[in-house]
Design a protein around this ligand. Structure first.
Ligand SMILES: Cc1cc2nc3c(=O)[nH]c(=O)nc-3n(C[C@H](O)[C@H](O)[C@H](O)COP(=O)(O)O)c2cc1C
Length: 166
């Protein structure tokens, strides 16, 4: 089975720090994603300071895992780089999933924290990280070494599949 079937969200991390080299591998994977017209409309902020991770963990009630992660990768959509109106979210979604899959491949744990399009969340992130107006704060990906094992169950559901017509 491919790495896709091993990926799962990890929300608790050990104290071990992830190396710069591995973080760079995750960024490379993110930037390898498909995007409309190959616009690659992404930017990244890598956060590793404890005080910043703590502040971000308090930005919404499901953001707790950020506090104890080794690093946070903030993914941003650069509106100046996007070439097809309305597709930047899809580009960033592909980018985010690539990062999660690469994390699994490297033996790391990761979880995607949703920010965009909930304005209350994106406003806080934008202010705190001094993100310019032409960038959408898309998500926060928490990265670290997993503090727990998780069994991944198949989600294949035959009833969702339609052949030739709905
Ligand atoms: C758009 C999006 C937003 C998410 N937001 C959060 C979040 O704020 N906090 C969190 O702990 N998990 C978040 N997740 C992770 C999901 O809860 C998780 O992917 C889902 O429960 C399936 O579990 P799995 O990732 O282990 O397969 C988010 C995932 C996506 C794709």
């Amino acid at each position: 089975m491919s790495i896709i079937f091993k990926r799962h969200s990890v929300r608790r991390f050990t104290d071990e720090k992830v190396s710069d080299e591995l973080i760079n591998n995750l960024l490379r994977a993110g930037m390898q994603a498909p995007s409309a017209c190959n616009a690659q409309p992404w930017e990244f902020i890598v956060v590793s300071k404890d005080e910043d991770k703590l502040a971000i963990s308090k930005m919404h009630r499901f953001a707790g895992p950020a506090a104890k992660a080794s690093h946070l990768i903030i993914t941003l959509g650069n509106l100046n780089e996007s070439k097809v109106h309305g597709m930047i979210e899809q580009d960033l979604g592909a980018c985010n999933e690539n990062i999660l899959l690469q994390a699994t491949h490297e033996g790391l744990g990761a979880v995607w924290l949703g920010f965009h399009p909930i304005e209350d969340r994106t406003f806080k992130l934008k202010e705190y990280l001094e993100i310019p107006d032409y960038c959408i704060p898309f998500s926060v990906i928490c990265v670290g070494y997993p503090a727990h094992e998780s069994e991944v169950k198949s989600r294949y559901d035959e009833s969702k599949v339609h052949f030739d017509r709905f």
